[in-house]
Design a protein around this ligand. Structure first.
Ligand code: ADP
Length: 463
């Protein structure tokens, strides 16, 4: 690629940091190839009201320049904790009951997007190619266009696109969707998301479909397609060889010699279906008593978005449920649930996954879910664990060889876990081979290559 790549996201990842995940590494590779720029919020909130202003910092990191912006406290509260996390996140995950529509949030969201556009536009070159990430920044291209930017701009939505009637509950839904048409390419995680987008624009905006991926509405044309995100399989398998990872696996194996470990790794988020997962585990112990004294659920849940009420509620609910299961079924020498409200060091993750006989990846709704893919990549191919995966994760479109479950159906989920625990080696190996082949084929490098090729090739509306 000859153009310089500019990546824009709410938070930037430094690709050179040891803790960088697959996404930061993949975007860092793409940025390094083109000597690119990564633009985002600095993570710093400075005192001050709704200013729509912020200091810009430029910092080289290898061949990449990191450009970060501080945000005023009121701007940050309305844009991030407000509109992004109290409106867009719950609605896009189908949780209208948790959405808090507040005009001030939307104003803050627009103000910060305008600020991002103003600051970014001063750094752009005419033939840059710009890749904007996620729901925090939906209006960014429209704001850049208003400032006269004519570069190619692509958008990738990491979270689900809801069905049209769910989207229509957002008071400003038409403005949000209209602003998507300022992009040249919209990338979504799954075919289901593309279908929702297509139905929205046809029903609500009277869009014309021009060929398979092209839509014309609001006097503009855009291409929308699925680009399922993946992981960096080699990077993750290399992590599995670190001393921390091996030590984690050995420690767990010696503590649990029967190896009936069930593993859950998530951010503590209401979209992840954690209470339903604990209830399914409770049902497993109740309905299949042979698992008492042997099956243990290790649930690691990273604290996230603390201060947003719905996150406090889910935390209390989980603590209550795990205490209840341990009280009812625990023995002096066995606790059924180990619930850890913490982030596990990334280097230990593959060891945890590999010690597990079963992974429980049971979100109520998820754009993709990378834990499912990491679990598969971390397994010993000769004696692999089994993936129990929610049909409502984007990953379920590709990972058909997992045991797919409806996480709302507690009894059926418990039944699937029982089946996973009893699955013969030959079936585990066969399913794992199919899953690993898919995880390798649709890895994070293919994702970014295909997105950027499609963005280069996107047909542009005249004018
Ligand atoms: P989301 O982006 O909604 O959090 P994903 O499953 O797509 O969900 O990605 C989560 C990423 O964060 C994965 O790379 C996973 O390994 C990591 N992660 C999630 N929870 C934890 C945890 N408790 N400790 C360490 N890493 C975690």
């Amino acid at each position: 690629m000859t153009s310089r790549l500019v990546v824009v996201s709410n938070r930037i990842g430094d690709p050179r940091k040891a803790a960088a995940g697959g996404l930061a590494v993949a975007l860092g590779d793409a940025l390094s190839e083109s000597g690119g720029l990564w633009f985002g919020w600095s993570g710093k909130v400075v005192a001050g009201g709704a200013r729509g202003e912020g200091d810009l910092h430029l910092q080289p990191s290898g061949k990449v320049t990191l450009a970060t912006l501080d945000l005023g406290s009121d701007d940050h509260a309305a844009y991030y904790a407000g509109y992004s996390n109290r409106v867009l996140w719950p609605v896009f995950h189908y949780r209208l009951d948790l959405a808090q529509f507040d005009d001030g949030y939307f104003e803050g969201y627009q103000r910060v997007n305008r600020l991002f556009a103003r600051k970014l536009s001063t750094l752009l070159k005419p033939d840059d190619i710009i890749w904007v990430h996620d729901y925090h920044l939906i209006p960014l291209a429209a704001e850049l266009r208003a400032l006269g930017c004519r570069q190619r701009i692509g958008f990738f939505l990491h979270i689900p696109m809801p069905p049209p009637l769910v989207m229509a509950a957002i008071p400003a839904h038409d403005m949000l969707m209209r602003s998507l048409f300022a992009y040249d390419l919209i990338g979504l995680q799954s075919e289901a998301d593309v279908a929702h987008f297509a139905r929205y624009v046809e029903m609500e905006a009277g869009a014309e479909r021009l060929g398979r991926d092209q839509y014309r509405a609001f006097g503009q044309q855009v291409c929308a397609r699925a680009f399922p995100i993946g992981i960096d399989v080699d990077e993750f398998q290399a992590l599995a060889q670190t001393p921390e990872s091996i030590e984690t696996r050995e420690t767990l194996r010696s503590q649990y010699p029967l190896r009936q470990l069930l593993i859950g790794v998530d951010r503590l988020d209401y979209s992840k279906g954690l209470p339903q997962r604990l209830r399914a585990f409770h049902r497993l112990l109740a309905d299949y008593p042979e698992n008492r004294n042997s099956a243990t659920l290790i649930q690691v849940a990273t604290p996230t978005r603390e201060g947003v009420e719905s996150y406090e509620d889910i935390r209390r609910e989980l603590e209550g449920l795990s205490g209840q299961i341990n009280g009812e079924y625990g023995e002096l020498d066995w606790m059924p649930v180990r619930y850890i409200h913490r982030t596990l060091a990334r280097r230990r993750l593959p060891g945890l996954y590999r010690a597990g006989r079963v992974a429980l990846v049971t979100p109520l709704r998820d754009g993709m879910n990378l834990v499912a893919k990491e679990f598969v990549a971390a397994q010993d191919a000769a004696d692999p664990g089994v993936l129990v995966l929610s049909r409502f994760a984007g990953a379920a479109e590709q990972m058909r060889a997992a045991l797919l479950v409806n996480p709302y159906d507690i009894g059926a989920t418990a039944g699937a876990v029982q089946r996973a625990l009893r699955m013969p080696l030959s079936e585990r190996v066969e399913r794992h081979q199919a899953l690993l082949a898919g995880v390798r084929e649709h890895d994070v490098h293919r994702w970014r290559r295909e997105f950027l090729q499609a963005l280069q090739a996107a047909e542009r509306a005249p004018g």
